[in-house]
Design a binder for this molecule. Sequence first.
Ligand code: FES
Length: 179
Amino acid sequence: MQSTAVKSDDQEKSAPKEKAAKEHPSGDKRFKVLDITMKRNQYRQDALIEVLHKAQEAFGYLEEDVLVYVARNLKLPLSRVYGVATFYHLFSLKPSGSHTCVVCLGTACYVKGGGEVLASLEKRTGIQQGETTADGEVSLITARCVGACGIAPVVVYDGTVSGKQTSEQALDHIKGWIK
Ligand code: FES
């Protein structure tokens, strides 16, 4: 009985420390999605591909900040993480457009109208998800749960998460990007 109590005390003491050390300073909830995946895999280095896959789902592509974050948490050299990210075709390191618009199509966002928001953006830009406009201005990307389900549907404009988006708001947001 006593030993059980000691054990849970220890766990309680170490849990907040671990969390504080690993949390991303930006407060971007998408990093929480990564945290959960890494934690579930006990920060094992051989979970790298699964973690990168989850990162791509959450962010739409693997920006440098994300690769650095993963490398640090899995205690892997950044070169190794880059190597894996560039080797597999399913990973994309950068959208090619000057602006990025990531529409979340995770379950919560989808049921709240994320699909319609995407359809409006595709119609307005003349491109499909995963593509960049011919003038190189806008990349339209989809993600599966960016960790902000409470404000679904979510669109991430140039890295800024915006919640409760309607088609009108999304079109308004990108109007300066379209020539
Ligand atoms: S499903 Fe879109 S933020 Fe979770």
